[in-house]
Structures are given as structure tokens and as C-alpha cells.
Write a protein that binds this ligand. Structure first.
Ligand SMILES: Cc1cc2nc3c(=O)[nH]c(=O)nc-3n(C[C@H](O)[C@H](O)[C@H](O)COP(=O)(O)OP(=O)(O)OC[C@H]3O[C@@H](n4cnc5c(N)ncnc54)[C@H](O)[C@@H]3O)c2cc1C
Length: 564
């Protein structure tokens, strides 16, 4: 079936409704020497998603909704259908733009909880094996970057076939019997445009678990982070291997050292006595806490008072918008909701006034950061751990209640073979002790497990007998999204995290949707090639499927070949 070339929308994006329209766009791009990329929900850094930026626009950050002009950037808000191919056996075929859960940032106004993938399959008694910390992403985007949940045991392995349009406009299903199937799981949009994904689901389950905040070391810590472990306290490797789902948030700042340990296991499905995990409650308290946290991060992550004050204005707006939204969803009389919103306005005005003064003393804010942190992240008192027991799709994604507008973070994510877990933790601990604030920054590092994967470009790739065969420990280094600066530039914040591993001969790979080095491209391309055994196979396949390089933007050329 042929189709005419659709026009872009007012937002600069192309919105195909059928595969035929995608094929026509690919043919048009090829004939006219244009680039073509597809976007999901933009939770990756922008240049990895879109065609090449024009005059630095959009900036290379997450959640950039506006594409660069002129080239072809596709959004799949009109291709979100879920089809039950074999309901009795839990097989679905899904279009690429469907969100895993509800995406609160959805610029197209189509995403709801009810039309999300996870909710639709839940209603029929089916589930996926794992989830990341949030479920705002699209199915195609989450899959394309090799994204994963905090588990050495459960990977994102439910995708069993991809329907892909290559750079010449040919569409075909690539299923597990295809010799190159494993290249498609983590393909960053470089092997073609995915128009459908077939998934093998698993029966629905619930999870139950706990969360505690403790000192980093000592008897109260659930894990021996820096040592081999003991009978009463597992070492990190053992802990990650034995705990089905977990993540540890590590605040290493001197004077505030603490870890928040979240863990869960599967239990039989039930709709009774559900207690969801909620990092922030959908009420005045939860929203105000996020707002106050945002004010602190804005103040410590910036040095220009003007920029800080501008950001605080922006945060007040987002806070009131969020508060208005949760109040509109909640119970309570109209009057009480109105008064609560009014209280929020008062909080906003006071915070704006105080924050604007403190903007001129942002150095002081950095000095007292370690004293402020415990207010927001207090140690758990004995017997008061947070307990939850819930549908997996609502609580496994433990960061879903975090507002991207207030507490949005970006990251570099480092996957290290799990046998190096103890060494890596000690290297970073020493780096923090020696480097102080410049090394710790003013946010946390997430420590979790990663499953082994057969995906050629997946950071957990293993051939089954190599160093990655037992899975990985992942260090997800956070960067507050409104910090000043480019964290992946030469000698910027993230470099030290990569360098310390390279200097000490620890192998690692990076998550492709997050920040990777923005310098020494040739050296890093050689590094990726040396550390991903199927790298050359992937590049050969890429060239064959996209001979004109319409998907191969400068961002990817630089990173994967070392030159533009
Ligand atoms: C707050 C936050 C939390 C996160 N939590 C986790 C986590 O817990 N675990 C984890 O592993 N990662 C995590 N990530 C990273 C995130 O999962 C990835 O960046 C993921 O790719 C985002 O999916 P998306 O739908 O936003 O896709 P996008 O970021 O929009 O796109 C990702 C890639 O997919 C390509 N793509 C999208 N659709 C198609 C298509 N139809 N055909 C071909 N290519 C396509 C794009 O071109 C791009 O290369 C997080 C990111 C953020 C910002």
C-alpha cells in the first residue's frame, strides 16, 4: 500500500497514523537527503532522539518536546493501538507510541492511565517482567535504549518481535527466529523505525516490599556496601542477586551520608488490602515537599542569582499547577480544596520571597546542604520502615510520583559486571572522600542491579560465558535537570565517574538514553567497540539497513564512529 507524504503538524513533528505513512516519509527523506528520527516520550537526551540540532536547539536535555526544524521528526501519538494477537496465551501486538503508564508530560494530550499498555494488560490479567523507576516512557522508546528495572533477575525481555521499516522503506517482522533479532532490542532508532512490537506477557502479579533510610555503614544498613558481607548483612553483590527488585539511593555528601534502600518481591495477584508505594503523596504535603526540595536544588546547583530567581518563579508555577491537579483528583469538599490551594499560593509567595533573597547567598546554601538533606530524607526510626503491597504496575515504578518539573533529574548510567561490585563501591567512596562536593555533587547516586542481556548494544550484553554473564551493578549518577552546566563535557561532573573506572581497569558500559561522554569521541568510540563484542556486527547491520544514513545523525556518528 502506498501513501502520500503527510505534512508536519504545527509542533514541527510528523504524526503518521499508519505504517504506510511512515514508509512514505522514509522514502521522502531518502529521496531528498533528509534525516529522519522517531521520538517516544523524550526521556532520553534530546540529541540522541531527534535529527541534528540547529544552532544548539533543542539543548541536549531530557523532556525537550520541540524538535529541530527542517528534517523529519516523527511522533507516534496516532499509533498507540494494542491488539490481542492471542489473549489466551498473553501475546499482544502494540504500536510504538503507546505509553507504558500515564505520561504527565504528554504534549499531545492522548496519554491516560486507562489507555496505557500496563493498565490495558492488567485488566486482562497479564503483566510484564519488570519496570523502570517511572512508566511515562513509550514502549518503543523504552525498548530502543535497553532500559531496565532494578533487578539482576528480571529483564525487559517481553518484546519478542519487532516490525521495522528500514532506511529503504522496507517493512518486515523481525522475530526471535531471525539471526539478527538481538540487534533490534537496543537499536536507538538506528536500524529503522519500529511500527509494532509483539510481546509475550506473563501472568499478573503483585509486589510487596519495604523502604528504609539508614546510615551507609554499620549494623542498621541493609547491605555491606563496601565489604564482602557477613552472615547478618549481605555484601552488595549477594544483595543484588538475592533481591528480586531493589534500588539503593546513595547520598554520599559529607555530614549527611545515608542510603535509602527500596526492595520488593513478587506475590500472588490480589485486589485486597493494597498499600501503594508513594514517594510523594498526591496531596498538599507531598507536593509542597517536592516544591521545597526543588528550591534547594535550584539554589545549590546554580551560582547566578538572576537564574536562580527565574527558576524559582518557574517552580512556583509548576508547584501550583501540580497542587491544583492533585486537588482536582482528590476527595474533600470544594471549599477545603479551595482553601488548600490558597494555602499553596501563600507557600509559593513566601518561598519566592525567601528564595529570592537566598539566591544571593547560594554559596551558603551549598555549605549547609548536608544539614538540610536530613530534613527531607530523615533516617528511619526502628520499626517504622515504609511497607507497601500493591499491584506491580503501580508500585514497582517507585519514582512515578516525582514531578519532572520540580525534581527532574538527568543521569549517566554505568553498568559494571557484578563481580566488581565491592571494588566499584570502594573506588567511588574514596573518590567522594578525596573530592568532596566536586565529586559528590548535590544529588544522589542510584545503585541497582542490571540483568544480563543478549541485545548486541545493550549495556548488559553477554554471550553467556563472559564477565557480564551474571548481571551487573549499575551506578546511575544523578544530575539535577536545572543545574547550570553541561555534565558530560570534558572535565565536567560525570567525567570523574567514568575516569576512575577506566584508571582502575574496571570494565563498564553506558546506558544509551542517558548522558555519555561529549568529548574525545574517537577514543570513546573505540572504547564502546572494545567493550561490546557485537559492536561491529551492529554497525555492519546498521549500514546495510540504512545505506543513506537517514537515521544516523551526527550525534550517533560521533559517538559510534568517532567522527562526524
Ligand atoms: C526521570 C527518568 C527516569 C528514568 N528511569 C529509568 C529507569 O529506571 N531505567 C532505565 O533503564 N532508564 C530510565 N530512564 C531512561 C529512559 O527509560 C530512556 O531514556 C527511554 O528511552 C525513554 O523512553 P521514551 O519513550 O522517552 O523514548 P525517547 O527518549 O523519546 O526515545 C528513545 C530512543 O528511542 C528511539 N525511538 C523512539 N520511538 C521509536 C520508534 N518507533 N522507532 C525507532 N526508534 C524509536 C528514539 O529515536 C531514541 O533513540 C529514565 C529517564 C528519565 C528522564
Amino acid at each position: 500500500m502506498t501513501s502520500t507524504v503527510i505534512e508536519p503538524g504545527a509542533d514541527g513533528l510528523y504524526h503518521p497514523a499508519t505504517e504506510a505513512e511512515v514508509i512514505a516519509l522514509v522514502a521522502f527523506a531518502r529521496a531528498n537527503g533528509k534525516q529522519l528520527r522517531a521520538r517516544g516520550s523524550t526521556h532520553s537526551v534530546a540529541w540522541s532522539i531527534y535529527t541534528d540540532p540547529v544552532a544548539g536547539t533543542p539543548p541536549n536535555r531530557t523532556l525537550e518536546q520541540t524538535p529541530p526544524p527542517r528534517e523529519i521528526n516523527i511522533a507516534f501519538d496516532k499509533m498507540r493501538a494494542l491488539h490481542w494477537a492471542d489473549e489466551a496465551n498473553g501475546v499482544i501486538e502494540v504500536e510504538p507510541g503507546i505509553n507504558l503508564g500515564w505520561d504527565p508530560q504528554d504534549p499531545f494530550g492522548v496519554s491516560t492511565l486507562e489507555n496505557s499498555l500496563l493498565h490495558q494488560i492488567f485488566e486482562r490479567g497479564w503483566a510484564v517482567d519488570t519496570l523502570g523507576g517511572i512508566t511515562h516512557q513509550t514502549l518503543a522508546g523504552f525498548t530502543a535504549t535497553g532500559s531496565a528495572g532494578g533487578s539482576t533477575r528480571y529483564g525487559w525481555t517481553n518484546a519478542i518481535a519487532f516490525r521495522v521499516v528500514d532506511g529503504m522503506g522496507n517493512a518486515e517482522w523481525i522475530d526471535q527466529s531471525h539471526p539478527q533479532f538481538d540487534a533490534f532490542g537496543t537499536s536507538m532508532g538506528l536500524l529503522g523505525v519500529v511500527t509494532k512490537i509483539r510481546m509475550q506477557l506473563i501472568p499478573i502479579y503483585n509486589i510487596e516490599g519495604t523502604e528504609v533510610t539508614t546510615p551507609i555503614t554499620g549494623a542498621d544498613a541493609p547491605v555491606d556496601l563496601f565489604g564482602p558481607g557477613s552472615a547478618s548483612q549481605p555484601g552488595l553483590r549477594q544483595y543484588l542477586e538475592e533481591t528480586p527488585y531493589t534500588r539503593i539511593v546513595w547520598w554520599p555528601q559529607h555530614g549527611a551520608e545515608r542510603i535509602q534502600t527500596w526492595k520488593a518481591k513478587r506475590v500472588p495477584a490480589s485486589n485486597e488490602n493494597l498499600v501503594p508505594y508513594q514517594q510523594f503523596t498526591p496531596d498538599f504535603g507531598g507536593q509542597t515537599l517536592q516544591f521545597l526540595g526543588a528550591l534547594i536544588f535550584v539554589s545549590v546547583g546554580n551560582t547566578s542569582p538572576v537564574r536562580i530567581i527565574k527558576l524559582i518563579w518557574q517552580k512556583v508555577g509548576i508547584y501550583l499547577e501540580n497542587l491544583g491537579f492533585v486537588l482536582s483528583q482528590g476527595s474533600g469538599s470544594g471549599l477545603s480544596r479551595f482553601l488548600t490551594f490558597l494555602l499553596g499560593c501563600v507557600v509559593g509567595i513566601i518561598a519566592l520571597a525567601i528564595g529570592s533573597v537566598l539566591a544571593f547567598f547560594n554559596g551558603l546554601m551549598r555549605n549547609i546542604f548536608a544539614r538540610l538533606l536530613p530534613v527531607f530524607q530523615p533516617m528511619t526510626k526502628p520499626g517504622e520502615e515504609t511497607k507497601f503491597s500493591d499491584w506491580y504496575w503501580r508500585s514497582l515504578c517507585m519514582d512515578n510520583t516525582v514531578s519532572d518539573g520540580l525534581l527532574g533529574t538527568e543521569f549517566t548510567e554505568i553498568w559494571v559486571p557484578i563481580q566488581h561490585a565491592e571494588t566499584v563501591m570502594n573506588l567511588y567512596q574514596k573518590m567522594f572522600e578525596d573530592g568532596g562536593d566536586a565529586a559528590t555533587g548535590y544529588f544522589s547516586t542510584e545503585v541497582y542491579g542490571g540483568p544480563p542481556s543478549k541485545g548486541w548494544m545493550h549495556p548488559g550484553y553477554t554471550d553467556g560465558s563472559d564477565a557480564y554473564k551474571d548481571g551487573t551493578v549499575r551506578l546511575d549518577v544523578y544530575w539535577y535537570r536545572d543545574n547550570k552546566g553541561i555534565p558530560n563535557a570534558d572535565e565536567a561532573f560525570f567525567e570523574q565517574y567514568w575516569k576512575v573506572l577506566r584508571d582502575n581497569g574496571i570494565p563498564f558500559r553506558l546506558h544509551w538514553g542517558k548522558f555519555v561522554p561529549r568529548f574525545d569521541f574517537a577514543e570513546w568510540a573505540a572504547y564502546y567497540q572494545a567493550n561490546l563484542p557485537r559492536f561491529d556486527d551492529f554497525m555492519t547491520l546498521r549500514a546495510a539497513r540504512d545505506p543513506d544514513g537517514i537515521f544516523f545523525t551526527e550525534y550517533w556518528r560521533l559517538r559510534l564512529t568517532g567522527s562526524a
